[in-house]
Design a binder for this molecule. Structure first.
Ligand code: GLY
Ligand code: MN
Ligand code: MN
Length: 443
């Protein structure tokens, strides 16, 4: 089932075709299933570019946009119908389905891709593809270019310009349209509900994976296809490991619990982090560090309005965190000098945010020329400051081994921001009221 009305995908393809012009051809592969073991596969997810342009989810698919060709503009190469295979591994749209349901003007079985692509590319000026993403397709395209260039006693019919589809499509994916923003609002609402449930369910003595189960239960119960990345549940010092996914330690009384988890709903990602005390009460040092991260986050979010840019949000975050670390006696020295020497990186070693969309680390240029790209209405990004204090002897004892991150998803609007994840509690008072309040699955 496609996420949006077919007309939406058609209008996205029409925009790309305008940029291609009648002499351009663009090729987008959906990718291949990969083996998990023997005859079982990892769950397949089509490439985000193909999802953006068609919503079509089947593996092996190749989408070709060729506005100047008689078979175009939208040409799909798809797996053939096969009753025996479909009995084992599920339904296929086939050539007829690709035309009737997925917007193809022409569709062919994958076995035809080589010969058909050669005909489509013959006489085109520019081939847009993404070399390196699909080696089998690369080899096929390079073979076609070679043959078109070396035709006997005929002039070359090979495209003379080779360009990267990322430069064509990703600036478009960066600006979210109203229907995309609605989808992301829904993904964020489900994710906020899941984090709230995990806070309510938490108690010392539970394994980290029990909270992962709560989170992913809520995601799936609301129809999310999957987490949009591997769920992180880190208690105590595990919270200082940025991408900790073992999730198999027992939560101890006095731990902070960091959960970084997001639902993927209708192909769009949410990405929320919350950190809370396992027993429902922050200790003094935990509270001081948490309040510092929260203030850094609030300062950065306020800068996501039009005209701000990611470098400014990062610089503001670094300044606030560094000042706070000095105030708490964790760093010694002058703030400017500590920023200059990047002393903060021992405690805050990642960026302050990233674009968010069909991919959790979504595509789109971060620069406009040499300068950081200013935020525009329709940009969606995360803001995710954190502090990761090593369990080391030179750190004041009360702060050792504390990991905190707070992450929200922020839409830039015409006159400010909309925090898509605002429903997910994060104030100290709200967390202390919620944690351990109790949760049971309702189905
Ligand atoms: N969950 C991955 C990230 O926050 O970037
Ligand atoms: Mn993130
Ligand atoms: Mn995250």
């Amino acid at each position: 089932m496609s996420t949006f009305d077919p007309a939406i995908y058609a209008s996205r393809r029409a925009r790309v075709c305008e940029l291609l012009g009648s002499s351009g051809v663009a090729v987008f592969p959906a990718g291949h299933e990969t083996i998990r073991s023997h005859d079982t596969e990892h769950p397949f997810r089509a490439s985000s570019d193909v999802l953006y342009l068609t919503g079509f989810e089947e593996p092996e698919t190749i989408l070709v946009l060729a506005p100047g060709h008689e078979l175009g503009p939208t040409i799909l190469f798809v797996r053939p119908r096969d009753p025996e295979k479909e009995t084992w591994t599920g339904r296929r749209a086939g050539v007829e389905g690709a035309k009737a349901r997925w917007g193809a003007d022409s569709a062919f079985e994958l076995s035809e891709v080589g010969a058909r692509l050669e005909a489509i590319l013959s006489g085109a000026e520019t081939l847009w593809t993404r070399l390196g993403s699909d080696p089998a397709l690369d080899a096929s395209l390079l073979g076609i270019l070679e043959r078109l260039r070396n035709r006997k006693r005929q002039p070359s019919a090979a495209p003379t310009v080779l360009r990267d589809t990322r430069d064509l499509l990703h600036p478009l994916r960066l600006i979210k349209a109203p229907e995309e923003i609605d989808a992301m609002r829904r993904a964020c609402a489900i994710t906020a509900e899941a984090h709230t449930a995990a806070m309510q369910a938490c108690r010392p003595g539970l394994p980290e994976y029990a909270l992962q189960a709560v989170i992913e239960f809520v995601f799936k119960r609301h129809g999310a296809a999957a987490p949009s990345y591997n769920t992180i549940v880190g208690a105590g010092v595990n919270a200082t490991i940025l991408h900790y996914i073992e999730n198999n330690a027992v939560i101890q009384d006095g731990d902070l619990v960091l959960i970084d988890a997001g639902a993927e709903l209708h192909h769009y990602a949410a990405d929320i982090t919350r950190t809370f005390p396992a027993n429902g009460r922050f200790t003094g040092p935990q509270r001081d560090l948490y309040q510092l991260v929260l203030e850094a986050e609030e300062a950065a979010i306020a800068m996501c309005a039009p005209g701000g840019h990611w470098k400014a949000t990062h610089d503001a975050t670094i300044r606030r965190l560094t000042q706070g670390l000095v105030d708490l006696g964790i760093l010694q020295g002058e703030v400017d000098g500590l920023i200059e020497s990047e002393a903060f990186k021992r405690f805050y070693m990642h960026g302050t945010g990233h674009w968010l969309g069909i991919d959790v680390h979504d595509v789109g240029p971060y620069f406009a020329g040499q300068e950081p790209r200013p935020f525009e209405p329709g940009h969606v990004q995360t803001i995710e400051p954190g502090l990761y204090i090593p369990d080391a002897e030179d750190i004041p004892a009360p702060f050792r081994g504390i990991g905190i991150r707070v992450e929200d998803d922020v839409l830039t609007t015409a006159d400010g921001v909309e925090i898509l994840t605002a429903a997910c509690p994060k104030s100290i008072e709200a967390l202390e009221a919620l944690v351990g309040a109790g949760w049971s699955a309702s189905i």
